[in-house]
Ligand binder design. Sequence first.
Ligand SMILES: Nc1nc2c(ncn2[C@@H]2O[C@H](COP(=O)(O)OP(=O)(O)OP(=O)(O)O)[C@@H](O)[C@H]2O)c(=O)[nH]1
Ligand SMILES: [Mg+2]
Length: 349
Amino acid sequence: MSGAGALDGRTVRRLSRAISTVEDRADGYEEILSGAYRAPAKAEVIGVTGPPGAGKSTLVDALTAHWAGTGERVAVLAVDPSSPFSGGAVLGDRVRMDRSSDLPSVYLRSISARGEGGGLSAAVCDIVALLDEAEFDRVVIETVGAGQADIAVADAADCTLVVFVPGLGDDIQAAKAGLMEVGDVYAVNKGDLPGAKATVAEINGAIGVAYAGTPGVNKTTAGLITAQPASSPGRLAVLRRHGDPASDSTLWRPPVQLVSARSGDGVPDLAGAVDAFLGWCSESGRPAQRRRSRIRAQMLRTLSAALIAPYQQNAGQAAEDLAGSIERVLASATSPAEAVAELIRRGSR
Ligand SMILES: Nc1nc2c(ncn2[C@@H]2O[C@H](COP(=O)(O)OP(=O)(O)OP(=O)(O)O)[C@@H](O)[C@H]2O)c(=O)[nH]1
Ligand SMILES: [Mg+2]
């Protein structure tokens, strides 16, 4: 890590303004992004998700203090699903950052989830580019384990950390259904509460099911695995991002770490597990692949928005052509698909 270290007030103010401009798509945002995307992409992006109240913010605070303590410059982004219209708002009560918020190399920011799904992951990628420009080593993003926003953040993250707690009972089944597919590392937080070890075993069991029949993986393996040559990739299809024993020499089986964010017990080991995953990724060339597919997705979205835009206006040739096509479909003279093909032909002339 480069350890760019302490932030000065000017850098923080400029960064905050730039993020707001980009979030609001306000005047000048394209120029800001042109500069930002020209900075080398080096920040490691960690997405943290899990059920409400699992202690994600407390854990993010502890991890952030840990990484900042090693000399890293760390940004924390809290995606706030409860107030979709509070873009750029100050961090609310939901975010507890007692240990890290006053550190000179830590920057905190809440971002709204108003651009859910694709919009949110594009917004996160843009903000990460701004943070790269400001020479951050690490970006930690908290979302609540509630669907769309998590998937969007998992898309934009280099490592996804899923946080569970003991005694979720039936809830864990529901929570796990979506969250067992996105985790690169799992934490069972509130390790000081009863039942924590049983929850670790339960999650380990659920991960084991996905890896059943995978050579080199058994109930006790975690983290980096030297793969055995395999003729059939087993049930690893859903976990392709963690390696394919048919072609990779190493696999990653998500480890499950017991922590107590409140006391700090287990936090260094959890940070170590995240770093081990990132290390495995970079050795296997995954960040480049994942970045390429992220940029591809972002460009396809931008391309479709740019192509549709002229047709969404109330005036202009494209809008007139579209209105004409609608009438012809209404009059049973053509199909919507044929009419669109014709619009595209005309648009490219
Ligand atoms: N016993 C115990 N309580 C904890 C621990 N970590 C967090 N908590 C408590 O759990 C509650 C929720 O913590 P948060 O960090 O706000 O949880 P969160 O997952 O960010 O919550 P939302 O963002 O609202 O979903 C707080 O009262 C914390 O003090 C822990 O290790 N042990
Ligand atoms: Mg929180």
